[in-house]
Design a protein around this ligand. Structure first.
Ligand SMILES: Cc1ncc(COP(=O)(O)O)c(C=O)c1O
Length: 385
């Protein structure tokens, strides 16, 4: 039987059939009235998702391309930047800044722990000169399953500096609130293959008026990723270069589905998937790497199994039961496994994953009470939301 693998990784995520079918249309001219209507719709709906009045621009790139655009449009060589590093993606930002010749300072926390908002306040107060040009934060750190306290960090940054706040919301946008205007975020980066419930291929950069001021004086060379071009063209419901129009169709369909659900229900649903996953893993006595629920990412949950080889568990789960989960990254490879639960998923995805995980544990001789994980997850789903 042709049974596709079930993706339970933190992106790419499953894509609804409506979204896949929307992309399976003949491409249209990107210089046509139909395309302008499409762009107008997308722009309005992206603002809704970002809870903002700001520009939200669409790039043909992965999330990392959008991150790069977030650096080269607003900063200049030698600028002081402060980067929150508590996992692979925070480290990626710091490396990117180093590559661009920025004066990069790292605010670190151990992998699996959250960035300390207070440490940002102290750092900004203790070393005000020359002014830090941007503070860069990964909201949901996908490598560890930590959700950083972006709201409080942002509050401190705005209270104690004139820095831009650049945010990687790649696995938080569409998964939990990222109210750009309320939290005074200046640049928000995301990518289609995560909370958007879409295939990979689009990057998004939302830009505040304060960031546009920085754009006017920023001195890195830029061409394809010059967001100024995208801004001017988006205002006329067009794009500077040939866009992947079929992905734009998909985006229209996925945003329409999300709007029909509403942000409150969408976020509550994602939270419920996380809670059920965590309850099941706890019941199975598989150590949650982020044990504190208050900082758990609603996108991904990592476990650090002590009695069982994580890579053996992962390959058995995939090969025997068709469920794909993610490995640890960088130095945590072989030590962690990560279950993605963001995007287009429902109770069934979690219950199936936990049942397949139990079957795997049983096959590998791990001692546990059969059914206990599934029961814990099912109990969570049975609670009224
Ligand atoms: C938090 C975070 N930032 C950035 C990226 C990079 O995105 P991409 O792989 O689309 O370049 C990812 C990808 O998983 C991510 O999870």
């Amino acid at each position: 039987m042709d049974n596709p693998l079930m993706l339970m990784i933190p992106g790419p995520t499953p894509v609804p059939q409506q979204v896949l079918l929307a992309s399976a249309q003949p491409p249209i001219s990107h210089r046509s009235p139909e395309f302008r209507n499409l762009m107008a719709d997308l722009t309005a709906d992206l603002k809704w998702l970002h809870q903002t009045q700001n520009d939200v621009l669409i790039l043909a790139s992965s999330g990392t391309g959008a991150m790069e655009a977030g650096i080269l449009n607003f900063l200049s060589p030698g600028d002081r930047v402060l980067v929150g590093c508590n996992g692979k993606f925070g480290d990626r930002w710091a490396n990117l800044c180093d590559q661009f010749g920025l004066a990069t300072e790292r605010m670190t926390a151990p992998w699996g722990k959250a960035l300390d908002p207070e440490a940002f306040r102290l750092h900004l107060q203790a070393q005000p000169n020359p002014p830090i040009k941007a503070v860069i934060i990964t909201h949901s750190e996908t490598s560890t399953g930590v959700l950083n306290d972006l709201e409080t960090i942002s509050h401190h940054i705005k209270a104690h500096s004139s820095a831009l706040i650049i945010v990687d919301a790649v696995t938080s946008l569409g998964v939990c609130p990222v109210p750009m205007d309320e939290w005074r975020l200046d640049v928000v980066i995301s990518a289609s293959q995560k909370g958007y419930r879409m295939p990979p291929g689009l990057g998004f950069v939302a830009v505040s008026p304060f960031a546009w001021q920085a754009h006017a004086t920023a001195r890195f060379p830029r061409f394809y990723f010059d967001l100024g071009k995208y801004r001017i063209d988006a205002a006329a419901n067009t794009t500077p270069f040939t866009p992947p129009v079929n992905l734009f169709f998909a985006l229209q369909a996925s945003l329409a589905m999300m709007k029909a659900e509403g942000l409150t229900r969408l976020f509550a649903h994602q939270q419920g998937l996380m809670q059920a996953t965590r309850a099941a893993l706890r019941a199975l006595d598989l150590p949650l790497w982020v044990s504190d629920d208050a900082i758990a990412s609603p996108a991904v949950t990592a476990i650090a199994p002590a009695q069982i080889d994580p890579e053996l568990l992962r390959s058995h789960l995939r090969d025997q039961y068709g469920v794909v989960i993610a490995a640890g990254q960088d130095h945590m490879r072989g030590k962690l496994i990560r279950i993605g639960h963001l995007g287009y998923m429902c109770d069934r995805n979690i219950l199936t994953t936990i049942a397949a995980l139990e079957a795997t544990l049983s096959d590998l001789g791990y001692p546990f009470q059969p059914g206990i994980g599934s029961q814990a997850a099912a109990r969570c789903f049975a609670q009224p939301s």
